[in-house]
Write a protein that binds this ligand. Sequence first.
Ligand SMILES: Cc1cc2nc3c(=O)[nH]c(=O)nc-3n(C[C@H](O)[C@H](O)[C@H](O)COP(=O)(O)OP(=O)(O)OC[C@H]3O[C@@H](n4cnc5c(N)ncnc54)[C@H](O)[C@@H]3O)c2cc1C
Length: 479
Amino acid sequence: MTIATGAEFLKRMERLKSDVWMDGARIEHPYTEVEPFRSVLRAKSALYDMVHDERYSTILQAKDKQSNFSFEIPRTKEDLIKRRKATQLWANQTLGVLGRSPDYVNTMITIMAGAKDFFSENDPAFGDHIDRIYRRAKEHDLTFTHTFVNPSISRKPFYPDGEGKEQAIATKIVEETEEGIIIDGARLLATQGGITDELLVVPSAAFIDSDYLFGCTVPSDAKGLTFINRPAYKKESVFDSPLSAQYEEGDAIVVFDHVFIPWERVFLYRDEWLMNELFMKTGVESFLLYQAVNRQVVKTEWVLGIAQALVATFDIERHQHIQGKLSEIIIALEAMMGFVYSSEAQAELNDYGIMVPKLETLKACASYYQSTYPRLIEIIQLLGASHFIAAPSEKDFNSEIAPQLERFVKGEYVSAYDKFQLIQLARDLSITEFGSRQLLYERYFYGDPIRVLSSLNGLYRPKKEALQERVHRFLKREK
Ligand SMILES: Cc1cc2nc3c(=O)[nH]c(=O)nc-3n(C[C@H](O)[C@H](O)[C@H](O)COP(=O)(O)OP(=O)(O)OC[C@H]3O[C@@H](n4cnc5c(N)ncnc54)[C@H](O)[C@@H]3O)c2cc1C
């Protein structure tokens, strides 16, 4: 077993030869040496180094010291609490803005392997496959991203190719051989697409046709696999854009051009029942949400810290509405922590012996954050106001104009340099392309907010119906 160091992780990324396009050109290798990916890979390597740091290793390593925490299957409530602390520790390192820290998708693979009997229900081979996928990932401390959305052209699986023939749009199985399956089509979207060791293709329930029902992993540099990345966001120095310059992950359209997937990488195959039950029955959905909301707790702490720093720098805390805005962030933080603790307190062992935090609570939490995060960012904008626009750059502070900046735009208690270092951080979180993407991320990365609400309503049906029954008993004057 290996627990990778940051240097070992970077060495692997240096060798990665995936096919990533951006702005009409193929991105040159190695990704570790040049932007757009150099910085984010370094940020991830720091996470791996933390696992070896004796200040954090008790929390960040699994109890058996054979892997990092993300590969450990929680069996008790204590295991869950340890996982919470580890997730928050890693998230804190990147201010909660890194969506694909390695624990996100690793957790999904770990929980699926913990529930491998689920995948064996119709064919023992698939349980064996997910177990092998997990063991390989753990042994080599691999990183993944995932894709589970079909392209949206009218939501049709096929489209005419111009000559009247139908061509696949959403990724589907086009051939099956003794050795494996061949898949063709596209998927949306993969954050960090092309810069993780492997990609997890999560089965999509959008089409009932069984050609679309499969789950597998694929190396990012597999033949025929292409990632079409959005243009990278503008990065200046760490002073000017502290978040964009360090944590720009990229988001990619994923194209599978007749990609061969050996059977040992396929864990779900043409099985609608397994597809529909996968997320809830195995505990995967609870654990994906548990990772996400713990990251969001940390992010909210950072938002509160940044807001308080702005308020102190501008010396505006005496105004009641400013106190009210800070309290709004405090309420969000307390609510998020309450959701997390409640999900742990209500955790139960599932059929596979995994201690699963309460799904309803976590889904309510995720939905709450989808609508709350935009308000938190609005508060940062309201506090920053024109400071975010009249913001000198690091080059200005290093030029002969610097004394004028120190004279005219310094803070009450801080230098202009220190004041604008903070303002640039708040600006990058709230109004830059990076900040706007973060907003969209928190709204959508877990799925469309409308459908999350609708699914929460469905999940709550037994409890709602019991409550409805109580109302009727009251009206009938029954005890
Ligand atoms: C920054 C970012 C990063 C992401 N990273 C990843 C990733 O790494 N991996 C991954 O798999 N996915 C990722 N996603 C994609 C995410 O899963 C989707 O954004 C999400 O599932 C919503 O799908 P969509 O974007 O196609 O929106 P759509 O489904 O097209 O929805 C667009 C709008 O139409 C409405 N709408 C559409 N259909 C319906 C309907 N049937 N009923 C009601 N309303 C409807 C929605 O409410 C919404 O307002 C990411 C998204 C973002 C924004």
